[in-house]
Design a protein around this ligand. Structure first.
Ligand SMILES: NC(=O)c1ccc[n+]([C@@H]2O[C@H](COP(=O)([O-])OP(=O)(O)OC[C@H]3O[C@@H](n4cnc5c(N)ncnc54)[C@H](O)[C@@H]3O)[C@@H](O)[C@H]2O)c1
Length: 392
């Protein structure tokens, strides 16, 4: 038996694999096609934090944390024959499916990238679901990091899962509609629907983990050795807003808030995200909630302008002079949307939050100051060309 972590070379997958391996005697198999490394190169950027090669990462995990049960298989999950062989050889008790092309701006760049993203993400998920069903592995727990982006920005508190719909006086709970706002986010809306169907048709236990925007440069396991660090991107395409702002602060570049910045977005620290996935991977099947379960993997919504101001305040402690500026919003969104989102099930899963956003902001800034040179060398990657003049 084993636990498979797809996307285990990526930002969330790598620290997750480390934590899962530390908590289990089963073999933990990382599966990745190393595509993220290429995508970031393709857009002319690089991770602020240098990322060791996968073999060096595994050697360090063994030396530093004694993780002899962690291994790596290179392969593309869109290939069904590869997925079948993977499942037959490793017989997973759980699959943490963390692999995806996760960038909305990258997917939205043009039709070719949108096609690539939709094919990549949805085909990989279908291959895993059908692979389990057709190899008689329907007891395997399939966990996927989808995204809170599937909810869009509704004018009511977002439930943790379905929504109640009412028509002509009758009410029913229905799967939440696909309100995703990008070609990438829509892959996760479709995945969420397909996961629900896979549970209905094959009876596979499914955890649909709707991951929020994840911030943080370190977890307990990555802090102790440079070879164990996870990637932290800061460019327009692959840097999440919290990391982009932190990198801008470190480079002495104004923090570019899109539009008014009053829109609240859901966030979670890397530490809290990894903890929930590790608990799901190592959970006793008898303790698992039945069937198909949705978790809102979020600790709290934060307004974009608050995000920037917190980085500004954290920057003062490090003697960074941080300016916040507003630029024209390249996204089509309500700039005052006050998101509310339920997360009781996820909070019960992790117990308590490891760090607040204020603590997280200091941690990210402190880490990134070590890599100032890489960031300033690529500061033309913070914004798309059309917005650069405005910010300067
Ligand atoms: N980081 C966030 O803020 C965030 C927010 C919401 C949801 N998510 C979701 O969490 C997951 C992890 O995100 P991340 O930020 O770590 O992304 P990432 O790009 O760093 O990691 C994904 C990994 O999957 C691999 N991969 C992609 N397609 C593959 C394929 N066909 N076969 C094998 N490997 C493949 C990539 O090489 C990469 O290493 C994704 O599913 C993403 O959609 C992330």
């Amino acid at each position: 038996m084993s636990i498979i972590v797809t996307g285990g070379d990526g930002y969330i997958g790598w620290p997750t694999a480390l934590r899962v391996a530390a908590r289990t005697d089963e073999r933990v198999v990382i599966v990745d096609n190393l595509a993220r490394r290429k995508w970031v190169e393709e857009v002319g950027s690089r991770s602020a934090v240098p990322v060791a090669g996968i073999d060096e990462r595994l050697d360090a995990a063994r030396e530093v944390h004694g993780l002899g049960n962690l291994s790596f298989v290179e392969g593309d999950l869109t290939e069904r024959s590869f997925v079948d062989e993977l499942l037959q050889v490793h017989e997973p008790s759980t699959i943490l499916h963390v692999a995806a092309q996760p960038s909305a701006p990258y997917a939205n760049m043009n039709g070719e990238r949108a096609n690539y993203t939709q094919h990549n993400n949805m085909q990989a998920t279908r291959n895993l679901a059908f692979g389990l069903a057709e190899n008689d592995m329907t007891d395997t727990h399939l966990v996927e990091t989808t995204t809170t982006g599937v909810y869009g920005a509704p004018e009511f508190p977002i439930p943790e899962g379905g929504a109640v719909m009412e028509n002509e006086g009758e009410r029913d709970e229905v799967p939440f509609p696909a309100m995703a706002g990008s070609w990438y986010h829509m892959t996760k809306s479709h995945d969420a629907a397909n996961l629900r169907l896979a549970h209905g048709q094959f009876d596979i236990p499914i955890s649909d983990v709707r991951t929020a925007i994840t911030y943080g440069t370190e977890t307990e396991e990555t802090r102790v050795d440079d070879r164990l660090k996870t990637r932290v991107d800061f460019d327009y395409y692959f840097g999440v807003v919290a990391h982009r702002f932190a990198a801008q602060a470190v480079a002495g570049y104004p923090l570019t808030v899109y539009g008014k910045g009053l829109q609240r977005k859901p966030f979670i620290s890397l530490e809290d995200a990894v903890e929930g996935l590790a608990r799901l991977a190592t959970m006793d099947p008898d303790d698992r909630p039945d069937g198909h379960v949705v978790y809102n993997q979020v600790t709290r919504p934060i307004a974009i302008v608050e995000l920037a101001e917190t980085i500004q305040a954290a920057g003062e402690d490090l003697d960074l002079d941080v300016e916040v500026t507003h630029v024209e919003n390249p996204r089509d969104e309500d700039e005052e949307h006050e998101m509310e989102i339920e997360n009781d099930r996820y909070m019960e899963l992790i117990g308590e939050q490891a760090m607040t956003w204020r603590e997280g902001a200091s941690d990210v800034l402190e880490s990134l100051t070590r890599y100032r040179e890489t960031i300033t060398d690529h500061e033309d990657r913070f914004l798309p060309a059309a917005l650069q003049d405005e910010a300067e």
